[in-house]
Design a protein around this ligand. Sequence first.
Ligand code: NAP
Length: 245
Amino acid sequence: MPVALVTGASKGIGAACALALAEAGHDVGIGFANDAEGAESTAQAVRNLGCRAVVHQADVSDEDEAAGLVSAVEDALGPLDALILNAGITRDGPALRMGAADWGAVIDTNLSGAFYTVRPALRGMLRRRTGSIVAISSVVGLSGNIGQANYSAAKAGMIGMVKSLAREAAPRGVRVNAVAPGYITTDMTAGIPEQFREQILEHTPLGRFGTPDDVAAAVRFLCSEDAGFMTGAVLSVDGGMAIGA
Ligand code: NAP
């Protein structure tokens, strides 16, 4: 069975990706930071689909912990065929009032955390000349957003990283792509005030928030042979929000 590792799979988009990849026949490594119960419930759902699952706690903003996550999953399940760089946080606020701690936490987790995780995984994939990596960026990495200078910079940075890695890894048959979700109903977006939610819907041609499954379907596609000629791509899953961007 192919093996996938999903970071931030205790809930939300990461949990949906873990299940979508299990449905496509992957054994799944489930990374999490704090929510052990959520991670275990994702693992149980993967096992219910007849696939193996292993849960591992790691703060991806710590280079050693990120490397430990990759090796723990490979030791338990075997070499990685797919890696989903999904772990992420927000620390929103107007740029002039954003302190270095909020800037740094988001860059360290969302951007450096992805880099720290992808490197040890990529090494093995290049050696084996196979693999698919998908980074979860964001529509705001393409457009920017009021109150999200840190988050938008991290998500734009992920796109630059993905395109560079795609060029580096293509000669060895490893594909690297990004998904740029719009507004998806998860814990991360649960606190958005009603007035702002209405504005978001006005700018979303399909007229609804997305679901974690909407994003997971794109991730599953990018990890499949159907996407065998795709690398360095940024797939928008945003209800049309980025049309014209
Ligand atoms: P979520 O429900 O808040 O889940 C975030 C996940 O990231 C959790 O599993 C969390 O683990 C994990 N995580 C956070 N900090 C971590 C760290 N330092 N090390 C390891 N894992 C860490 O968020 P979500 O909405 O599903 O978002 C998932 C990804 O999609 C994020 O990268 C986010 O930026 C991106 N995204 C979301 C939206 C949206 O509208 N929701 C839109 C575009 C992009 P614990 O639960 O264990 O703390």
